[in-house]
Ligand binder design. Structure first.
Ligand code: CMC
Length: 447
């Protein structure tokens, strides 16, 4: 068994090395503090494995993404999203009988408790649908408590998957002031979402097949992405034995941020801004390179993918196909392609290995489907649900799981003593008060 050696203060320590099924190497430092008294410092966790997982494999250098071993390219437009949910959560593709039962349960559990409808009344009409989704998903725990029983836990998994789409659609209907449309048990997951969004009680509405397939593809491409920010939030919260709904509620909040799932809304708004600015691409690329501007090219860059994001590749192709099949001519697609072309030939982006990510083209497809911009991140959340659930379940079923509790390197004041208010002098916040803090500040200034 390979080991890793660490020399600290002249003393040598040995640690076991863990090798994954795809030959990923991790140094197991679980005993580091006990043996050496030291901890690791890894802001942003770029080098830290928080768990061992059998759900999703990513090789960022080679642009590989696999769900339970299946390449994303084979699954994306072939599998129904419900099949992908089953695969991620239970580890294998469902057979015909399992799939029929799964589909039945996912549709019969779609309805939300009538009492919960009152919650929708309390939100302002301009509320961001992510605020509604996160609150409503967490609120499901009030109706379906965690009993610790495995059957109940499985039922809650189905409830969450089934009801989240209804909640998402209802939040949209609330926003546009239209009556809510209930899910239909004979439709697929994707078709139900589209119908609940766009049907009205006044007219018959058939979900266009192109739209259903496009949304199914989008959901599949978002279904899991191993230990990203939102999934880590789910695991972090779930590690305290918090229930599924509370843990996933935390994930939804993590996803909302513009550096994560919120980027799909930001990309669209950025493309619209560039369009209004006479397609002055150079100005925006220049701004993205200037750190002081605070502006980033949204939909570009990824912590893990350093060559290309396989999801973006599939979505770029799909964007062309879906728009042409729907007969939509969206100038934002051309703007996105031109922007990508310029950035991919710019040294700044080349040197930093910044490529379009999943959010770069997804918004253009959502828009072609008629989904409003502020619902984009909600669609991402619906797609990511099976991943969050699978990761929560894997952690919950693993008896070796410990509560997540990172450590820190303290850089604050050393011990000092309470001074009664009448004896305190003027407060000078910028003055270094301890040797440690002063040294750190000097180091930070030099680097
Ligand atoms: N535009 C301009 N510069 C960028 C960008 C960008 N989109 N992304 C990274 N950089 C630069 C960054 O300034 C830094 O430069 P330097 O080395 O000179 O300091 C370097 O590239 C590395 O960036 P980082 O922020 O250290 O990288 P990270 O791994 O911490 O962040 C990221 C990854 C996705 C948050 C980041 O690339 C980003 O902010 N992208 C834009 C937001 C976005 O599209 N997010 C969606 C991610 S994919 C969907 C999901 O799964 O969340």
């Amino acid at each position: 068994m390979p080991t890793a050696k660490l020399i600290l203060d002249g003393k040598e320590y040995e640690f076991p090395v863990v090798v994954g099924t795809e030959h990923e190497v991790g140094i197991d430092i679980a005993q580091l503090r006990a043996k050496t008294g030291a901890i690791t410092l890894d802001p942003g966790y770029g080098n830290t494995g928080s768990c061992q997982s059998a759900i999703t494999f990513i090789d960022g250098e080679r642009g590989i993404l696999r769900y339970r071993g299946y390449p994303i390219e084979e699954i994306a437009d072939k599998a129904a999203f419900s099949e992908v949910c089953y695969l991620l959560i239970y580890g294998h593709l469902p057979n015909q009988k399992e799939q029929e039962e799964w589909r039945r349960q996912l549709t019969t559990n779609s309805f939300i408790h009538e009492d919960m409808l009152k919650f929708f009344e309390g939100f302002p009409t301009n509320a961001h649908p992510m605020a509604i989704l996160s609150a409503m998903v967490t609120s499901l725990s009030a109706y379906y408590p965690d009993t610790g029983n495995e059957d109940d836990a499985n039922h809650n998994i189905i409830r969450l998957l089934a009801k989240a789409k209804t909640i998402a659609a209802f939040s949209y209907k609330k926003h546009v002031g239209e009556p809510m449309i209930y899910p239909r048990t004979d439709l697929s997951y994707a078709a139900n979402i589209l119908r609940m969004l766009f049907a009205t009680p006044a007219e018959h509405y058939d979900v266009p097949e192109v739209a259903e397939n496009a949304l199914n593809l989008l959901l599949n491409l978002h279904a899991d992405h191993e230990q990203n920010c939102s999934t880590s939030a789910v695991r972090m919260v779930g590690s305290s034995r918090a229930n599924l709904f509370a843990s996933v509620g935390a994930g939804i909040c993590g996803l909302w941020g513009p550096l994560h799932g919120g980027a799909n809304q930001e990309v669209l708004e950025m493309l619209e801004m560039i369009q209004k600015d006479n397609c002055d691409y150079k100005k925006y690329v220049k701004m993205a390179k200037d750190k002081a501007s605070g502006f980033r090219l949204m939909g570009f860059g990824h912590r893990v993918y350093k060559n290309f994001d396989p999801r973006a590749k599939l979505l770029k192709k799909a964007a062309d196909e879906v728009l042409s099949q729907l007969g939509v001519n969206d100038p934002l697609l051309d703007i996105a392609k031109s922007l990508e072309e310029i950035a991919l030939h710019d040294d700044f982006f080349v040197q930093r290995k910044l490529y379009p990510n999943v959010d770069f083209y997804s918004g253009i497809i959502y828009r072609a489907l008629g989904i409003p911009t502020d619902m984009f991140t909600v669609m991402f959340a619906l797609g990511r649900l099976p991943g969050w659930i699978a990761q929560w379940k894997e952690m919950r079923d693993d008896p070796s799981t410990r509560i997540h509790r990172p450590r820190q390197i303290y850089i604050g004041e050393c011990e000092r003593h309470y001074v009664p208010i009448e004896k305190r002098g003027a407060h000078r916040p910028n003055e270094p008060r301890t040797e440690g803090a002063a040294t750190l500040r000097a180091v930070a200034q030099q680097s």
